[in-house]
Design a protein around this ligand. Structure first.
Ligand SMILES: *Cc1c(COP(=O)(O)O)cnc(C)c1O
Length: 398
């Protein structure tokens, strides 16, 4: 018998769960885009966005997904023939590198596999070898959403400084912004890209490029920048339409306004702490399951794990079987294993991911873990005992 009817939980790593308040804020007639509320909203909106990113510098908004923000950011600071250094820890770094490749950049990719973060010594070596400073930017994914590896962005800045290398430090915080601690200015990040549908709790279709003075200077030295991606008018608009290079994403802006209100009412430090505690509860359950069966957290060292997404190994075909079971029997949607094996390889059925980003609280996580426990029992997948007890202990400790 299926017990799936009722409110479902989409526990995939983006799009994330949308708060009812965000949905309500968007449920309205089209607003005027020439004057009035929407136009008046923008100063506060960009200010509060920058507070989430912990920056006093600039932000440009794009109507597009994370891939759009990748291309937008690159288009302002690198051109065909420029070299970019891309340390990769899963799937998404390759995606950003590929975007740079499409713009004609000369790619220098260092692949660190799918289980561990950047080895900063190897990045340092690559920068030191670049005596002529041909590398114009380092593209670094903060949280890789496929492997759930979290990289040390502040450490990367220290490496650039130690080497005395002038390349821009560009961070992909699409999965981490509003979930994992991130300090754009304090960490010396030159460019940061984010999107709406993960920690920011709004629908896909709006993305952000934050940039600082060093990046603005590199932009000013560019021979040409595509009109649409150019961040200059978007970040310093003379007219409202320049924020968006055309018609505003009207309803996304109302949703975002409400989401930012929710984030700042809770307090960004409290938002980070909530994500950290919920992640620890998930890890505690997974560790207990793993004591008596094949379940394994993909990232071994807790300090290297994302607080927004968790990648797990269960062995084929258990990963896919568990996902199907919880979806049809319980009303819980877990994420597919992404980028953990080659497409078509049956080993791909051994992975799954839990999205726990944005509008997620302890009862949702406990319900999700209890549902996975039920699936392990129903499917006869070997597992250790005490997982829910362990997770509850983490929640009880706060
Ligand atoms: C989701 C995600 C992307 C891609 O975003 P889209 O909106 O799907 O284009 C890129 N990088 C990271 C780290 C992500 O989590």
């Amino acid at each position: 018998m299926s017990l799936a009817n009722g409110r479902s939980y989409l526990a995939i790593p983006g799009p994330s769960v949308m708060p009812d308040a965000v949905l309500r804020a968007m449920h309205r007639a089209a607003p005027n885009i020439y004057e009035g509320e929407l136009v008046d909203m923008m100063d506060g909106l960009t200010r509060d966005l920058k507070r989430v990113a912990r920056t006093d510098q600039s932000v440009a908004i794009y109507i597009g997904n994370g891939h759009a923000a990748w291309e937008a950011a690159l288009s302002n600071v690198v051109a065909a023939g420029d070299r970019v250094l891309v340390p990769v820890t899963g799937r998404f770094g390759h995606g950003w590198a590929d975007m740079a490749g499409g713009l004609g950049c000369d790619l220098q990719v260092i692949d660190f596999g799918r289980k561990t973060p950047f080895d900063l010594n190897r990045v340092e070596d690559a920068l030191r070898m670049d005596k002529d400073h041909k590398i114009r930017a380092v593209l670094a994914t903060h949280v890789d959403t496929s492997s759930s590896v979290r990289n040390d962005i502040a450490g990367l800045r220290k490496v650039l400084d130690a080497v005395g290398h002038p390349a821009l430090l560009m961070a992909d915080c699409i999965a981490s912004l509003g979930c994992d601690l991130f300090e754009m200015d304090a960490w010396g990040v030159d460019v940061m890209v984010a999107a709406g549908q993960k920690g920011l709790m709004v629908p896909p279709g709006i993305s952000f490029v934050f940039f600082g003075d060093r990046a603005a200077k590199q932009r000013a030295g560019m021979e040409r920048v595509s009109r649409y991606w150019d961040w200059t008018p978007r970040s310093q608009p003379e007219f409202f339409f320049q924020y968006f290079g055309g018609t505003a994403p009207t309803h996304h802006l109302y949703g975002l306004r409400t989401a930012l209100d929710m984030i700042h009412a809770e307090g960004i430090e409290a938002v980070w702490a909530r994500h950290a505690a919920l992640a620890r509860a998930i890890w505690a359950a997974a560790d207990a399951w793993g004591q008596g069966g094949p379940m394994e957290l993909n990232v071994v060292n807790p300090a290297d794990r994302s607080h927004a997404v968790t990648s797990l190994r269960l062995g084929a075909p258990y990963g896919t079987a568990l996902r199907k079971w919880v979806e049809t029997q319980v009303g819980l949607v877990l994420g597919i294993g992404l980028g953990m094996s080659e497409p078509g390889d049956p080993a791909g059925d051994g992975f799954f991911r839990i999205g726990h980003m944005g509008h997620v609280n302890a009862q949702m996580v406990m319900g999700m873990l209890g549902s996975i426990q039920a699936g392990l029992i129903a499917l006869d997948i070997p597992h250790g005992s005490g997982a829910l007890e362990a997770a509850a202990g983490v929640i009880a400790a706060g």
